[in-house]
Design a protein around this ligand. Structure first.
Ligand code: AMP
Ligand code: ZN
Length: 672
């Protein structure tokens, strides 16, 4: 390929990726599948590796983080980042409005209402359309240079479209959506790491990492709400125009912003969102009303560190104190003993809280939460209610530190088996695979949406089927169609719903491999990891055949997960369940796109060394899918030796024996 062609191919790829990125992360409306997006990225990464002279810091491949810094640099803010004045009631808001009217000689302003995002404000500067500096607010005048970290946030454009101004500085709030926060804390709880108290702290901790590759793993997002500086274009006359202008440049603007003509409309906006805040995927602690005309903003100016032209109208607090009556233990699907708090019911921001998760014993001890304590409860939207900590002044005299084994007398509260705690872990486990609590939850998990998606088999039905003795594990679900009469005998089960359930069970046999792997309930194999395992191995057979070394050789799979897969498959009971699924006709491999077409039929392959484009198990799976055989050793029957990087002794042997040796790219050619 001519290098000019390479360069233009690279540029085209970047433009295409940036467009899909924008569609996905800013507009929330992707046009292509994740897999197609990944393959575009992979193509670009390869080209950039081969032709490093064309690598630029704005390339979408550079969002994965950079080498760790010693310390952050300092950024002087050209325009200071101010704070906001707060009000808490309509009266206070109206008083602010009256003062403002007076200062404007009675000229009535209009407003833009926005959510007051509870995250971290940042300033992003673009020179000639390129993201050059990103900074924290700091003291408002000087912040920290966190450009590397901000580049990992996919909703921040790295380049602006053609015709962008020569200089633009925008400001906005970086936040961690609730779903990401819950997931992060769950992972940290399982690993015994200290938990983040709320999404804001988690976002702060993520943004202020000297190692931006850590930031890259946190699903941070941003909304832009201020145009701070502009050169090479005319500054808009209103705030709403500036929002539209920034939107046209590809910045992510909160779709919940709303124009208001009167102060009553501002009140209505705040009241509406006060009631709906729980439906938001992020934390907002109030609303902000901003006077729309920039000229009026300038006339009003600032007082101290607060602009006179904007006001935050806060929501009621989301914290409350209550009595922790008891710490109870439930048994999870993977056998974990999960402590949770039973609370004296308390209303927090309009929702009654009776229970809160306590994650693990270490976390309880770290916060020193005890039965009988008065505790501070905090909640936010769909974030699991948190216990911030005890109110020590109210601690009863005879309280004792919490001890999990003592609480349950050393045995599983569901089945009485002796509990244990693996070395280096924080959770206690019930070891018994026959523990009813675990069995039922495993069935429920197997049937759930992200797993086999069997409508009709939910929490209640899992309990019924198990307790009625109709199934002993989830693989038995596929035997239910022979037990229709017995199902009909169960009280309150209609014929129609039974048939619907049986049909859903039948349909689930065609679920994709990734969902099946997730459904098996292997410890640490969440939805994302199940997808990776499916991509890497291509079938349950090849996963079962893999050694620990082979699994560890796959860079996206950590040791924790490989240990857990080996342990899972090493358990005869699990193998038996998998065999039952196979016998029932559940799909056990990735959809073979060329069904019936077996171009490699009768050919034997041996692979040596490391392949660039796929894991070895996947390569072997593909050979099998195309009708070929993949063998471990070179023999006279071998047709091809595929030689990857750092080939082993198999290469020498193949040479001696005169066997055809092919490169990875030749191999990929054969697979096509
Ligand atoms: P405070 O920290 O309470 O003084 O409030 C000022 C901060 O509110 C700003 O520095 C921003 O971080 C934050 N903020 C959140 N949402 C907005 C918004 N829509 N407009 C302006 N500031 C906001
Ligand atoms: Zn048990």
């Amino acid at each position: 390929m001519k290098t000019d062609d390479v360069q233009s191919e690279i540029e085209d790829l970047r433009a295409e990726i940036n467009r899909h990125n924008y569609l996905y992360y800013v507009l929330d409306s992707p046009e292509i599948s994740d897999a197609d997006y990944d393959s575009l990225m992979q193509k670009l990464r390869r080209l950039e590796e081969e032709f490093p002279q064309y690598l630029t810091p704005e390339s979408p491949t550079q969002r994965v983080g950079a080498p760790p810094l010693e310390a952050f640099g300092v950024v002087e803010h050209q325009v200071p980042l101010l704070s906001l004045a707060n009000v808490f009631s309509n009266e206070e808001l109206e008083a602010w409005y009256k003062r403002t009217l007076k200062l404007l000689d009675g000229q009535k302003p209009t407003f833009v209402c926005e959510h007051k995002m509870d995250g971290l404000s940042v300033a992003l500067t673009y020179i000639d359309g390129r993201f050059t500096v990103g900074a924290t607010r700091g003291d408002g005048y000087r912040g920290e240079n966190i450009t590397q970290n901000l580049k990992t946030i996919k909703s921040i454009p790295l380049t602006l479209p053609k015709g962008a101004p020569s200089l633009i500085e925008v400001r906005g709030e970086v936040f961690l959506p609730h779903a990401g926060f819950n997931k992060l804390n769950k992972e940290r709880a399982a690993e015994g790491q200290p938990l983040f108290a709320n999404p804001r702290n988690a976002a702060a901790g993520s943004l202020r990492q000297l190692d931006s590759t850590i930031t890259a793993t946190r699903p941070l997002d941003i909304y832009i709400y201020t145009l701070a500086r502009l050169e090479g274009a005319k500054f808009p006359e209103t705030h709403s125009e500036s929002l539209n202008y920034m939107k046209s440049l590809g910045f992510k603007i909160n779709p919940n912003n709303l124009s208001a003509d009167t102060i009553e409309q501002v009140e209505a906006y705040r009241n509406e969102w006060k009631d709906k805040r729980d439906s938001l995927p992020y934390d907002a602690d109030g609303i902000v009303a901003k006077i729309d005309r920039i000229e009026l903003q300038e006339r009003l100016g600032d007082v101290g560190r607060e602009p006179r032209w904007a006001i935050a109208y806060k929501f009621p607090a989301m914290q409350a104190n209550t009595l922790l009556k008891e710490i109870r233990i439930s048994v999870g699907r993977t056998g974990t003993l999960n402590p949770y708090a039973v609370l004296e019911p308390v209303s927090v921001g309009g929702v009654t809280i009776k229970q809160a998760t306590l994650h693990n014993e270490d976390d309880i001890r770290r916060k020193d939460i005890r039965e009988g304590d008065t505790v501070i409860i905090q909640r936010a939207g769909d974030v699991i209610p948190q216990i911030v900590g005890p109110v020590l002044a109210k601690r009863p005299a005879l309280s004792v530190a919490f001890n999990l084994p003592a609480k349950v007398n050393g045995v599983c509260p569901e089945c009485g088996s002796r509990i244990y705690k693996p070395e280096g872990e924080v959770m206690y486990y019930c070891p018994d695979a026959a523990c009813p609590a675990q069995a039922i939850l495993k069935i429920e998990h197997f049937a759930s949406r992200g797993a086999m998606d069997i409508r009709g088999v939910g929490e209640k039905m899992s309990v019924i089927l198990y307790k009625e003795g109709l199934i002993g594990d989830f693989a038995d679900l596929y035997t239910l169609r022979n037990k229709r009469d017995e199902l009909l005998n169960i009280e309150r089960m209609g014929e129609k719903s039974i048939d619907n359930m049986l049909e859903a069970i039948e349909n689930s046999k065609k679920r994709p491999l990734a969902n099946l792997i997730f459904a098996l309930g292997i410890r640490h194999a969440g939805e994302e990891m199940a997808g990776i395992l499916a991509d890497e191995f291509g079938s349950i057979d090849s996963l079962e055949a893999a050694s620990k070394d082979e699994i560890d050789a796959i860079p996206t799979i950590g040791v924790k997960i490989s240990d857990s897969i080996i342990a899972y498959l090493g358990n005869p009971k699990n193998r038996e369940i998998i065999q039952k699924l196979k016998d029932a006709g559940v799909t056990m491999s990735m959809e073979n796109k060329q069904t019936g077409n077996k171009p490699l039929a009768g050919m034997e392959f041996v692979i040596t060394g490391k392949l660039e484009s796929m894991s070895r198990p996947l390569a072997e799976e593909k050979i099998k899918q195309l009708g070929g055989a993949a063998k471990g050793d070179v023999t006279r029957k071998t047709d091809y030796l595929v030689a990857g990087a750092d080939p082993g002794s198999k290469l020498d042997r193949a040479r001696e024996m005169g066997i055809k040796i092919i490169s990875e790219s030749e191999f990929l050619g054969l697979l096509k």
